[in-house]
Ligand binder design. Sequence first.
Ligand code: LMR
Length: 332
Amino acid sequence: MNRLVQRVIASTILVGGLMMGVSQADEPIVIKFSHVVADTTPKGQGAILFKKLAEERLPGKVKVEVYPNSSLYGDGQEMDALLVGDVHLLAPSLAKFEHYQKKIQLFDLPFLFDDMAALDRFQQSPAGQELLKSMEDKGITGLGYWHNGLKQLSANKALHVPRDARGLKFRVQNSAVLDEQFKALRANPRKMAFAEMYQGLQTGVVNGAENPYSNTYSQKIHEVQKYITESNHGALDYMLITNTDFWNGLPEDIRNELTAILAEVTVEVNNHANELNERDKQSIIDAGTTEIIYLTPEEREEWRKAVRPVWEKFQDQVTPELIQAALDANTP
Ligand code: LMR
């Protein structure tokens, strides 16, 4: 079935579903929020808070079902499920949008943002906000950015300088930028769904990965990785998205209330993400399974130089203007 036919069928199903939702006014509107991480992570906590507030403030009108840990849809399925209306809210990492909007690849260029505050400034800037609306022709509306945290490299070998990573196999998200990042280190990237990472590392299909501490700890990645290098080489952040037709088809009062709730939840998630990552870093240290390696400024500079050529590879797709806008956000 070609994509056009799929979309026509999907829209027909969706409109039918929406009309049912509207005509049966006494039935609550069911909002399914699917994601791939644990409840304890920033995204997991955000989804739970959204459910709580939505059901408290729109009693009987809205029912939110949260499906964590790839329990309903995993990587590779959740976007299609959103497009056909089987789920209504997702928060995929920004690395997972390249098939819908190439400019979003910006966020994964290594060592682009100095810290999470710079990333936040860019996301709130006009250029960052424009990206939220840039996929509406494809049926996807961005409702906000949720933070997780900076990524750290992990492996069963101590990684101090780029040459230590040579020849190792790293699990990467489904992202051309991240693929190139590891190729620049002369390592072997392997695209793998999030839910498969633990087993991939355990069985030696891959030897290393890159994750924020919250994902490492909640997926027990530290149990199968002897070293974590605190490289802070990029961020793992999310775009909270909905199906454009679903969202626009909601009764206005409900949509406005949900928008206000999401704004509140976004502030909560973004204020606490760092705290959750620090908590999970401490839990990894306490578990005693994994040595955390801290880089000297000189070593970090070596990593930065090694992966910097990735920017040139993607600058046409991302646009030099957007890269400049991101760099400007490094200055408060
Ligand atoms: C990953 O695949 O590593 C992340 O995108 C998972 C997530 O949602 O944090």
